[in-house]
Design a protein around this ligand. Structure first.
Ligand code: IPE
Ligand code: IPE
Ligand code: MG
Length: 248
């Protein structure tokens, strides 16, 4: 991981190291942030969306190539209808005003997750923002929306099984590359670093297949309070890790 790279805004104390290629973040703790301040949970989600703006652009400046953020899980539909509807409204606004999120920065936005259950309105907004930013290259921001790792793997199995049933594929041809190619993240490298704020230390159905060898970094800070400094700390710690991938 010790690749020398041209000088960027990211300057770790010890030496110039390249940042992880792919960082994934479970943006958690919005509700607790709001509760502490006597505000409704939706105020926490709004504050969390602001944090996403700062962190996305900071990651872009640092030279991160892929940033994947967990915005809404397949299990989050269990929340009270009012909170779900507020969250969808907020996500819709962000997809509409995506320029507030990425400005003129060279950032591509993609949405990963199931399209089932999302309104036509949200689906149209997703298509629009993906098309509008398709040619941007430096950083890809993947927004995991209506995403669940088990749902993703199940959908992949279903599609592969359909090909076998149709006689287009032999069972013996199914390998890890093929399974990976049927996931929402088909052309995205696995996350190097997964960050979860808010004190929770679990995956909550995020990128189950892709995190096989990711490094994990936790913080007690709630997502709305998460700063560029926290991101730098996570990256500095990441550089101290020894990734063995099962080797010695
Ligand atoms: C994360 O914050 C945002 C979503 C899951 C949509 P939470 O809403 O889970 O906040 P806490 O965990 O209740 O504090
Ligand atoms: C994970 O957070 C999902 C998102 C951040 C979008 P949750 O708040 O839903 O996770 P649990 O329920 O605490 O595991
Ligand atoms: Mg939570």
């Amino acid at each position: 991981m010790r690749f020398w790279r041209k000088k960027t805004a990211y300057e770790p104390a010890a030496e110039q190291l390249s940042p992880p290629e792919h960082i994934a973040i479970i943006m958690d703790g919005n509700g607790r942030w709001a509760k502490k301040r006597g505000l409704p949970r939706t105020a926490g989600h709004k504050a969390g969306a602001k944090t996403l703006e700062h962190i996305t652009r900071a990651a872009g400046r640092m030279g991160v190539r892929y940033l994947t953020v967990y915005a809404f899980s397949t299990e989050n539909w269990k929340r009270p209808a009012e909170e779900v509807s507020e969250l969808m409204k907020l996500l819709g606004t962000y997809l509409d005003d995506y320029r507030n999120l990425i400005g003129e920065d060279d950032i591509r936005i993609r949405v990963i997750g199931s399209r089932e259950g999302l309104s036509v309105d949200i689906l149209e907004k997703i298509d629009r923002v993906e098309q509008a930013t398709a040619d941007r290259k430096s950083l890809t921001l993947n927004i995991a929306l209506n995403y669940g790792g088990r749902e993703e793997i199940t959908a992949a199995v279903r599609r592969i099984a359909t090909e076998v049933a149709g006689g287009r594929l032999e069972c013996a041809q199914i390998d890890q590359t093929m399974v990976g190619a049927h996931l929402y993240t088909a052309d995205i490298p696995d996350p190097d670093l997964v960050i979860r704020p808010s004190g929770e230390q679990r995956l909550s159905n995020f990128l189950l297949w892709q995190c096989a060898y990711s490094e994990f970094w936790y913080s007690d800070v709630n997502w709305p309070d998460f700063t560029e400094q926290d991101l730098r700390r996570a990256i500095d710690d990441y550089h101290k890790r020894n990734r063995r991938f099962g080797g010695v």
